[in-house]
Design a protein around this ligand. Structure first.
Ligand SMILES: *[C@@H]1O[C@H](CO)[C@@H](O)[C@H](O)[C@H]1NC(C)=O
Ligand SMILES: *[C@@H]1O[C@H](CO)[C@@H](O)[C@H](O)[C@H]1NC(C)=O
Ligand SMILES: *[C@@H]1O[C@H](CO)[C@@H](O)[C@H](O)[C@H]1NC(C)=O
Ligand SMILES: *[C@@H]1O[C@H](CO)[C@@H](O)[C@H](O)[C@H]1NC(C)=O
Length: 371
């Protein structure tokens, strides 16, 4: 009897316990459902926020200027509407201040690097300026490509076309070719930079983030250039006149036309570059009949030169011939034949404004006027 009573008591006890568990379990289910519901709406909200403000990779435009940006109106029209996809950094001479008095474009305000150096008669100072710009631009983790531009460069296409062209490949664009006939290679470098790694090419390169880091991190090739490229001449960038033709007078390895190219060859990274420049420069060959002096005098286009025909001519170029390597580079983009150039130089302000006025630059006068 006693035994049964206990069992019944136990049974009712169990029943009661089960009820409590059931209630607890239901409560838990309900609670977690509620929680999931709120989390779910939060996740949905986050996802829609993200798709609305998703940060695309940016292109850093790195301007090397003497003082102000003379063609800022053209660039202002180019950048308009692309706000989240680019950043700008300007290297002007120390002491010059890019402020409301010296720029009319909000895009250039406060974009000057604060540790610029004097780039003039300077040995390796031009490439140091490039490294300073890269150092600043790398601080923004969204910058994925780094485009060097001079203060006389113009964009040939609109922003979206330019962006897609540059981002559609994982390579850098670096004009780079072997050229040892010129005597710019200093044999004193040979223990560290073998002559087969010596490269020449335009300084107006487009680098991937990896290659930008390699340039900034470089502690071996750069000192070689500083040490062995003593020069008393103007960098190409400043040269408006044919170069004085007396190589005996100066040891001249023109760092800005060799450094990035040679560094990437030295690091064994030439497989990661498209070996051509995206910036068109025209060289005045008529000023010198001596072939060894060729390429010393980049043409500056003035108002009367700035015609639709000129722009069409530059935009239609679809291959580049490298004489010293007997290499013809057929330009491609996204795996298809394409035109070669996105930028061109050197243009005076009146010339660039004229082209902008004619809507020849992938940026309209209207956009420029709105700013
Ligand atoms: C220059 O700017 C950087 C940020 O880009 C800042 O950290 C640094 O302190 C500044 N240097 C000077 C000398 O103002
Ligand atoms: C940008 O330029 C390209 C090529 O010229 C053109 O196909 C495209 O429609 C232009 N896009 C805009 C937004 O103007
Ligand atoms: C450059 O140096 C930084 C800091 O030391 C390092 O985090 C980065 O991986 C280096 N980049 C390359 C490509 O070597
Ligand atoms: C731009 O075009 C307008 C007419 O459309 C003309 O009046 C003006 O002078 C032009 N400006 C330049 C710099 O060519």
């Amino acid at each position: 009897m006693k035994q049964r009573k206990v069992t019944q008591q136990q049974k009712s006890h169990f029943k009661w316990k089960r009820k409590v568990y059931a209630v607890l379990f239901l409560g838990f289910c309900f609670g977690s459902l509620l929680l999931m519901q709120t989390q779910y709406t939060r996740i949905l909200a986050l996802a829609s926020l993200q798709s609305r403000f998703v940060q695309k990779p940016k292109i850093a435009f790195l301007f090397i200027a003497r003082n102000r940006i003379p063609l800022e109106i053209v660039w202002d029209a180019f950048f308009k509407g692309a706000e989240s996809r680019f950043s700008i950094f300007v290297h002007s001479r120390p002491g010059f201040l890019l402020n409301k008095a010296t720029t009319r474009s909000e895009y250039f305000l406060n974009r000057q690097v604060n540790d610029s150096i004097q780039v003039d008669w300077g040995e390796a100072s031009m490439i140091e300026a490039e490294r300073i710009l890269l150092r600043h631009a790398l601080e923004d983790p969204w910058n994925e490509r780094f485009v060097f531009l001079s203060d006389s460069c113009i964009p040939l296409y609109n922003f979206s076309y330019t962006y897609d062209y540059i981002m559609s490949t994982s390579t850098s664009f670096v004009d780079s070719f072997a050229d040892t006939k010129e005597g710019r290679y200093n044999p004193k470098m040979s223990s560290f930079i073998p002559v087969h790694n010596w490269r020449k090419g335009s300084q107006w390169v487009v680098l991937t983030r990896k290659h930008a880091e390699i340039v900034v991190n470089d502690t071996s090739v750069f000192p070689m250039f500083q040490q062995h490229c003593k020069r008393r001449s103007l960098p190409e960038f400043w040269r408006d006149q044919p170069f004085p033709a007396d190589p005996a007078k100066e040891h001249n390895c023109i760092p800005d036309e060799h450094y990035v190219q040679t560094l990437l060859a030295q690091e064994g990274l030439e497989g990661e570059i498209t070996r051509r420049s995206l910036t068109h420069s025209s060289w005045d060959l008529s000023s010198s009949k001596d072939p060894t002096r060729r390429g010393w005098h980049p043409v500056t286009y003035k108002f009367s030169d700035a015609t639709p025909m000129l722009i069409k001519y530059i935009k239609d170029i679809d291959n580049i011939y490298y004489e010293t390597e007997y290499r013809r580079e057929w330009c491609t983009s996204k795996g298809k034949p394409s035109t070669c150039f996105l930028f061109a130089r050197k243009f005076t302000r009146p010339a660039a404004l004229r082209l902008l006025n004619m809507s020849m630059l992938g940026a309209s006068r209207k956009a420029a006027n709105e700013s």
